[in-house]
Structure formats: C-alpha cells, structure tokens
Design a protein around this ligand. Structure first.
Ligand code: SF4
Ligand code: SF4
Length: 319
C-alpha cells in the first residue's frame, strides 16, 4: 500500500519539527515480559518475554538522572514490575527526579511476589498510570483477557484506599478496542469518572486517550482481518498538523533493555534506534553528549498514529 512518507508530510508545513527539542522525559522500557497477552499490544509482550534490563543499565540511568533532576522518568514494559530489578530502579530514582511514573496493567498486583506493590508505590510517591481500555467489563476482557476487568477494579480500589486519585496521582489509559480513533479525551474522561464512581466508588485524576500503533500484535490482528490498509488509510487521512507540532519525541528519549536509545517505544519495536552522523547506534552512555548537540528524529509510517485526530502520546491527546 502507498502511504506518504511521514517525514515529507510533516516538514512540508514545519521544516524544523523533526529536530529534537529539550529533554523533558526519559522513558525506560525495562523489558517485554508481561502477565497479560493483549490483542492490541504493540510490543508482542507476554509471559515468555526475555528481553529484560539488567542492573548495569539501570545504574547508568540513575547516574544520568542525578545530573538531570528536573526530568520525568517514565518506566514501562511489558509489565515493568516483572523485571526483578524494578524496585531497585524506583528506589534509586524516586528521590532524585521530580516525577517518576510507572505504567502498570493493574492485574500484575495479584501475581506471585507482587505483594505490597501499591504500598511500595505510595511510599515512593510514584505516579501510577494504568491501562483500562473501557469502563465496561465486556470490552476490557475482550481486548485484555478474561478476568482482567475485575482485577483492575480491585487494584484501583486498593490504590484509592492509599490516597491515589486524591493526594497521589492516578491516571488511566484508554485505547480503542476496535479499528477506529479514540473519542474526545475530555468528554470520555467525564464518562469514565461518572461510571467508575457511581458503580465502584473509584476516583482517578486523568484519562489519557491513545491511538493504537499499527505494530506488534495489533498489526498481526489487522493483517489477519484484512484491515491493515484500512487502518493506515484512516491514520493518514486523519493527519492533524496541530498534533504534528506536539509529537512527544521532540521532548522524550526512550531507552531499551540494553541501554540503546530511541525516539520512542514504537521505534524500539521497528528497530529504529537513534544514530549519530556515522550511523553508530547511540546508547545511554551517549545521551549526555547527544542532548547537548541535538539530533534528528527517526520516523516511519507508524508515526501517523501520533498525528491522527486529536493526536496521541504516552500522556494522551496532544492537539
Ligand atoms: S498491552 Fe501492556 S498489559 Fe497488554 S500485553 Fe502489552 S505490555 Fe502487557
Ligand atoms: S511514533 Fe515515535 S518517532 Fe514517530 S512521531 Fe510518534 S513519538 Fe515520534
């Protein structure tokens, strides 16, 4: 299928938009192991994931953050809690940087060895961001597996008891169950808040709507249903220049389990690392120099998921 180059499309209107801006968020993917096997997962994460970050890379990340305490640290996976050094990374960074966010799937709270996880989050003031792709049981279980909804509600109640959604930040992530774009973020947030409060007494702070990336297991699903082309067409036709101005990779760098640097988690999936002018792959060892010198953002067709409709980033709509 013919999709116009994303690079060409964005620089037509904004020639400098693919030049990296200021580093605000360091996103760290600690591994692809997950207790769930969601249909839309752009990473193909699952219980057999074996790409796990070791302590050596984490120590380098901690050292980098010591010199940049104003940054936000965004820890993701897989299910990041399943990395055996996960608590080491949180303990090593929570007092250093202004904001540590963890992307959880909630159900991991009930896995063996995860006892005390919500209390651990509270103790370290971690911002918890959790996936809940719908407020209705049927849709959540369809996308994420049987029983996921009830466990998520139980986890949310526990977090509320500890002050999350009140004095501590608790955010939810919505992504479409089918082949379409998310509805308006603010309106959907009101619907979520009303439903979970009325039905379960649950409160949370923000809802982030995310456009599914046509990668990983979601791409396999689109391929097998014959809808890949239709979805790419939808993303391209829904291109929003205002979202292009705010793509998250202008202010975020993503680190993989080996310490290799990318413009985002999606670029990790398509093996599109940040390189220098000699095509050498950049790692956490190079990050200090890299942000000083500046660099060009690497893009692919999947980037259209960040600029479709209201746009999309790891913290929701951007336009
Ligand atoms: S979408 Fe998240 S919770 Fe689901 S399999 Fe992927 S990493 Fe795990
Ligand atoms: S997919 Fe990644 S590199 Fe592409 S626009 Fe989105 S954040 Fe930037």
């Amino acid at each position: 299928m013919i999709v116009r180059s994303f690079d060409e499309k964005v620089i037509e209107m904004y020639p400098d938009v693919l030049d990296f801006g200021n580093l605000e968020t360091l996103q760290v993917n600690v591994g692809n192991r997950c207790n769930q096997v969601c249909r839309h997962c752009h990473l193909n994460a699952g219980p057999r994931g074996d790409k796990m970050m070791g302590k050596g890379v984490m120590i380098k990340i901690i050292d980098f953050l010591k010199a940049h305490p104003h940054l936000t640290l965004d820890i993701t996976g897989g299910s990041p809690e399943l990395n055996k050094h996960f608590r080491f990374l949180v303990e090593g960074t929570a007092k250093i940087v202004s904001r540590v966010m963890v992307r959880t799937n909630f159900t991991v709270f009930f896995e063996e060895g995860m006892e005390g996880l919500p209390e651990f989050y509270r103790e370290h003031g971690v911002v918890v961001i959790g996936s809940l792709p719908c407020y209705l049981r049927e849709n959540v279980n369809k996308q994420r597996g049987e029983g996921v909804y009830d466990k998520s509600i139980k986890a949310l109640k526990r977090l509320n008891e500890l002050g999350y959604g009140d004095t501590l930040e608790l955010d939810l992530v919505y992504n479409p169950v089918g082949v379409h774009l998310p509805p308006q973020q603010k309106e959907l947030e009101q619907d979520y808040k009303k439903y979970v409060m009325e039905n379960y007494g649950i409160r949370f702070n923000n809802l982030f709507t995310i456009v599914n990336a046509p990668l990983g297991r979601f791409k396999t699903m689109l391929d097998s249903s014959g809808e890949y082309e239709k979805y790419m067409r939808l993303l391209e036709d829904s291109y929003n220049p205002r979202a292009a101005l705010n793509i998250m990779c202008r202010n975020l760098v993503s680190v993989d389990y080996r310490g290799v640097l990318y413009n985002c988690d999606f670029n990790q999936v398509v093996d599109l690392p940040i390189r220098d002018e000699h095509a050498r792959v950049m790692t956490i060892d190079d990050l200090e120099e890299l942000i000083g010198e500046g660099f060009r953002i690497e893009t692919g067709h999947h980037c259209y998921c960040c600029t479709a409709g209201s746009g999309s980033s790891c913290t929701g709509a951007i336009a």
